[in-house]
Structures are given as C-alpha cells and as structure tokens.
Ligand binder design. Structure first.
Ligand code: ARG
Length: 461
C-alpha cells in the first residue's frame, strides 16, 4: 500500500530496501521534543492569524502534548514505514484527534520543520558545550593557582627547553578552551534565526506570522531567505568545527597526560577514579580516560569532514542527502560532552609530583638561556656571542656529566674571563622562572595575574 502521508499519486508501496535506506526514524526520534515544540508554536500561530480555528488549535495542542507523554513513557510505537519523526508524530496525531490533525501541516513543509528541529537540538547542545567549557576552564584556574610556583620543564620538540611553572602550562589550556568557548558563542549567535515558515523552499501564500513563531521558540528573529533556510546546514558545521577544534585541544592535553603519567616522566599521578588496571600486569595503572579523549577527537573530526562532504555538491534547495546530517552531529556531540567531562575530572583529580617535575626541570641544561641572558645583562655581550659562550659552557658541563650550576667559576672563566661569582645567582630553575616577569610570562607572579584575569572573566560569563 502507498504512503499514508504523501501516497496520493502512488499505486504501490516502497521496496523493502527503499524503506530501509529512506527511513530516519531510528535516529531522528531524538528530535521528538523539538518537533512537538515547533508544531505547537506553528498551530498557535495558525490560529492567531485566522488560518485554523481555535477548536482545531486546541485539539492539536492537546494531542501533541499527549504524544509527548507517550514517547516519554515509552509507549509510543515508532514506525519505519512512516519514515521519520515528523510523520510518525503527525500520523499518531491523526489517530488520536482525527481530521483536525490534517490542518497542522498548513503553510509548512518537512523541509522547514526538520531545519527547525535540528537547529533547536544543536542550540541546546551548544549551550551544554558552553557550560562544560566554563567548568573545565574553572578547573584549570583552580589547579593553576595551586601550582603557580610549581616548577616543571617547558618543552619544544619535546626536548627540555626552559623551566616553566605547571600553573603557567595549565593556563595555556585555559586560553585555548576560552577561545573554544568564544567559537561556541559565535555559533550560537549565527544560529539564532528561526526557519519555520520557509515551507518547502519558496515560502507560502498563507498569511503566516514568522516573527510570532520565532519569538515563541526563543529565536532572535526569523531567517530572511526561505531558499537558504531549507538548504543549508552550516549551523551544524559551525557546531562540528568548533567541536573539532576543541577536541584537538583536548587531545593535546590528553597526550600530555599520557606522557606525564608514565613512570619515566612521573610528573602526575592520575586518580584511581580515572585510571584502569591491566588484567595480566598487576603493577599497571593505565590512563585510559586520557587515551579515549584523544581518540574521540578522531570521531569528531570525522563527523566534520563527513557533513561538509555531504553538503559540498548539493544544488539548492533541499535534497535528501541532508538527512545524513543528524547521526554525525549526534555522535560528535555525545563524544565531545564525554570528553569534556572526563578531562575535567582528570585535571581536577590528578596528583602533581612536584619533586619529579623540579628534578626534570633542571636537567637537559634548561637554564642555559639564563646564563646567556646574564652575559648580556651583566657583561654587555651581544646575545649571539652570549649564546656561543653559553654553548661552550654546556659542552664542558656535558663532558663532565654535570649541570651548568656545578661548573666552577674557574671553568666558566676559562670560557669567558669576564664571568663573576654573581652568575651563580641565576643558575637555578626557581630563579629562572621567577625572572620571566614579562606580561604573560611564566613567573609565578604573572601566572597569578592570569589566574585573576580568568576568575574575573568566568564570573562575567
Ligand atoms: N527526514 C528528513 C530529513 O531528515 C525530513 C525532511 C524530508 N523532506 C523531504 N522533502 N523529503 O531531512
């Protein structure tokens, strides 16, 4: 038999495979509440503009409310033959309230309906992401304040570079996630236009009030162009690209946690709550949560590429290809939500092994730059020459198998005779970090300033 909703011109029903490739109900049922909200707003507007009677409006709203209850109670029967959530709900409405149900779809198409439902869903998800990011940034701020003076090695090329503080390193992530948060807000700002009333693509001849539905559904205003409204999914791409950049940041930190928690580094110990054991090696404590955060990034990046590939060849306006938008976004949203929560938990819980960090901070001639800077400051050497002199000091220390601070004054004077005893005052990791007082630098004082800045900013967000 032909389709109940659109089968007028059809003599027979779809092939089984057609039904299977076409139906989206298995996943778009997640949009049921948005769909019902949209339909209630639409019916209310249809009555207010004189398009349907108040009796029909009341019946429609009562019916939709009952259906929401059925879905939430798990008693609603979803049908694949009815393709998607929109037609499942409308068919049930017809069953429960009779012919008045048929008036709901006046001046509307599934094209603007799905654009609305999905936008509402993405909007909610962006808001969840926004608040998860705030919590994560707050966690960095707390831990950074605690470790504003904790010295660790800073790396470039994963080779020891210069001593930094752990608080400074954490605040680097606060900055990254702060930008992620602003990308989420930008996405929310752009998304905040209501698609309802664009109808199939051309708008409608019925005297609808799009400003009324936009306001009822919590949008700033209606979309301006009906063809654009049903054609684009860039609000979803905005969500996925913001998610992908955020996941990239999460993944880098996850990678650092994996490295830091190895016995070889031993900088941090993950809490038991965020670690797992091995079924064969009793000594193991594995950073599985960090590894999974790192891996979720692959899924999220994949979703971004999948959806942008779906969209890139579509002529305006709607094509069924766009039905493939939802699973990617649902999966990415779930992955991001989990990754943000797991990262927040790991960072809040991890134990910092200050002694191991400090020891590592002093290895690998990390204070060589401090010696070079001293030569510039105290002896007036050009930096390039100071660099060369320091290089020779490093070579000598390395020959002896000691740190720079363990060379004798005579050793140092054999390299440059102007060097005095005062040089030893800069040859320590603690002095090194304390000296980096430039704005945004690693000195504990500067890190505390960054912490204060973010505390204030978070409060206003
Ligand atoms: N299930 C469809 C989707 O997710 C709804 C819109 C269908 N519109 C249409 N003209 N077939 O995109």
């Amino acid at each position: 038999t032909s389709n109940l909703m659109w089968g007028g011109r059809f003599a027979s029903g779809p092939a089984a495979i057609m039904e299977e490739i076409n139906a989206s109900i298995d996943f778009d049922r997640a949009l049921y509440t948005q769909d019902i909200d949209g339909s209630i707003a639409h019916a209310t507007m249809l009555e207010a503009t004189g398009i349907i009677s108040s009796g029909d409006r009341d019946a429609i709203i009562a019916g939709l409310t009952a259906i929401r209850g059925e879905i939430e109670a798990g008693t609603f029967t979803f049908s694949r033959a009815l393709e998607d959530i929109h037609m499942n709900i409308e068919a049930r409405l017809a069953e429960t309230i009779g012919p008045a149900a048929g008036r709901l779809h006046t001046a509307r198409s599934r094209n603007d309906q799905v654009a609305l439902d999905f936008r509402l869903w993405v909007k909610t998800e962006l808001k969840k992401t926004e608040s998860a990011l705030k919590t994560l940034i707050g966690t960095f701020v707390d831990r950074a304040e605690e470790h504003a003076g904790t010295v660790m090695p800073g790396f470039t090329h994963l080779q020891t570079a210069q001593p930094v503080t752990f608080g400074h390193h954490l605040m680097a992530y606060a900055e990254m996630f702060g930008r992620d948060l602003s990308r989420v807000r930008d996405a929310l700002e752009r998304l905040d236009e209501c698609p309802l009333g664009a109808a199939a693509l051309a708008g409608t001849g019925f005297p609808i009030d799009r400003h009324m539905t936009a306001e009822a559904l919590g949008f700033r205003e209606p979309t301006r162009n009906s063809i654009d409204t049903v054609s684009d999914r860039d609000f979803a791409l905005d969500f996925l690209s913001a998610s992908s950049i955020c996941a990239t940041h999460l993944s880098r930190l996850a990678e650092e946690i994996v490295i830091w928690s190895t016995p070889q580094f031993g900088f941090v110990t993950l809490s038991d709550a965020f670690s797992t054991g091995s079924s064969i090696m009793p000594q193991k404590k594995n950073p599985d949560a960090a590894e999974l955060v790192r891996a979720k990034t692959g899924r999220i990046n994949g979703a971004l590429i999948a959806l942008s590939t779906v969209m890139k060849g579509l002529p305006l306006a709607y094509s069924k290809d766009m039905q493939e938008d939802k699973e990617q976004v649902f999966d990415a949203a779930k992955s991001l939500e989990l990754a943000l929560a797991a990262m927040t938990g790991m960072v809040a819980d991890l134990t910092v092994n200050k002694a191991a960090m400090k020891k590592a901070a002093g290895s690998g001639y990390s204070i060589a730059t401090d010696l070079a800077d001293w030569l510039v400051r105290e002896l007036g050497l050009p930096f390039r020459e100071a660099h060369h002199v320091t290089g020779r000091a490093v070579a000598l220390a390395s020959e002896r198998g000691v740190g720079l601070e363990k060379l004798t004054l005579d050793d140092l004077r054999s390299i440059h005779e102007g060097i005095t005893d005062d040089v030893f005052s800069v040859l320590s990791v603690t002095k090194s970090v304390a000296s980096r007082t430039s704005f945004g630098g690693t000195a504990p004082r500067e890190v505390r300033r960054q912490v204060r800045y973010w505390r204030k900013r978070l409060k206003k967000m």
